[in-house]
Design a protein around this ligand. Sequence first.
Ligand code: FAD
Ligand code: DLZ
Length: 510
Amino acid sequence: MANLILILGDQLSPRLTALDGADKENDLIVMAEVHSEASYTNHHKKKLAFIFSAMRHFAQELEREGWRVHYQHYHPDNPAQSLEQVIAELAREHRPERVITTECGEWRLHNQVSQWHKTLGLNVEIRPDTRFVCAIDEFARWAKGKKQLRMEFFYREMRKKTGLLMTPDGQPEGGHWNFDADNRKKWTGKPPAPAPFREEPDAITTDVIELVNEHFSEHFGTTDDFHYAVTAEQARQALGHFVDFALPCFGDYQDAMSDNEDWLFHSILSPYLNTGLLEPTEVCEEAVRAWHAGRAPLNAVEGFVRQVIGWREFVRGIYWLLMPAYAEENRLGNTRELPWFYWTGDTKMRCMHKAIDATARNAYAHHIQRLMVTGNFALLAGVKPEAICDWYLAVYIDAFDWVELPNTLGMVMHADGGYLGSKPYAASGKYIQRMSDHCQNCHYRVQDATGDKACPFNSLYWHFIDRHRQDFANNPRMTMMYRNWDKQAPERRQAILARADELLKDIENL
Ligand code: FAD
Ligand code: DLZ
């Protein structure tokens, strides 16, 4: 036996570096469904079903290509309950020259694998993950010496590097790097939002769903109506579906929310990008082709490309630059536990109910729901970063620490002191009213900040502004909020703060 090649559940890509130069005759690929990975957080049932099914399909493809694959199916009584135990067992049996793997997406597991040469006494080779546009050390070089890191400048570098939406003489297509100003429309039902891509469960997915329902019945969410793609080929069809039906409106309604539509014009490609079924440049090139063919406008295509080679790469760079200390950050000193309604959706706040209910059904909510509804509420209420981060890590099908943590801890909770965002994304109910139709069906009155029926986001917003004066009053992007707050009559301010205090005391019953 030559080498054991370990492929993780989010590394389902035939061009994974761990496979470079491998010997189909002698090397053994190892893939394992293990308790430790399936239970390090309360993973949504659909996330478990997606990952196990995609892993099984990928293992089958490798075997069809002539690879030798050792695949462990999940069972609670398996002797090997962690990846380390799986490798230890196989190493005893096969005496490999080396264990080869590609660097893990999460610091937690990366830290374990980095110790295997000691804990298992094996030669372990960890190769870089080349499925990103920006390598970890390249990001560190870009960040070096900068006082503040801004996504926009990083994104321009990535545009130049990839040539995406660049003219032959090195200028951004359309004369601007960013068309976000065109992308803030409220959606009022027209044009109709397309149905999401659907792939009906095959025999493998059906087996996995049964397994999840049997062994992970206590986990969040449901496996009902599972329709995600589980192979690279199906994921490419999902990409085609997005480009044909949603991309043309992606930009216009990128920040919109709806009481009736879960997916709007979003791509729903993050699960496939994050597990290796699709590659970032591949999805961007497809979108750019649609623009060249006149099938999608520039504001939509640029917006999409920015999310993928801008935000996605930027948050990964920050994660690896700052971990493990980053996960401990709590600069606003929050202490509150996560309200229980995050797990049940049982709240009278319509926007929160809708976002959490969609999350439980689909293991998906789009970016604005994550940022401006469930995230915004946690920020305003002062929830502990670790509690809200764990929620996001558990409930979304695309959630892996490297992408979830900077988005939640940094972008939403501002717990890193502004490393990721120059100002907190705190907003009152007015923002939710402007971008959605939730408020018209809500128990609370969005126009009120005081009184029993006043929208909780309103008084909590001012409470947040007031209690964090020391943190933000000198931030030029927050000056206007403090001016607005300070010019309100003292009695009014007192009444708003009193309403917020009441809400915080009774937070489980909102
Ligand atoms: P679209 O809206 O269609 O965007 C296209 C693609 O751009 C996405 O597929 C994704 O790959 C990328 N993208 C967009 N925004 C971001 C971003 N802020 N960071 C990284 N990539 C981005 N995304 C994850 O992939 N995993 C997570 O665990 C995750 N957790 C988040 C937690 C919070 C609190 C917030 C505010 C955002 C989080 N995001 C996360 C980012 C974003 O919400 C999702 O990528 C997006 O909703 C996925 O749906 P989509 O594929 O339809 O995205
Ligand atoms: C998320 C996940 C789950 C739920 N299960 C497995 C598993 O059983 N086996 C595996 O190899 N990977 C799994 N994964 C993905 C890993 O947790 C992921 O590779 C690490 O978090 C690093 O990003």
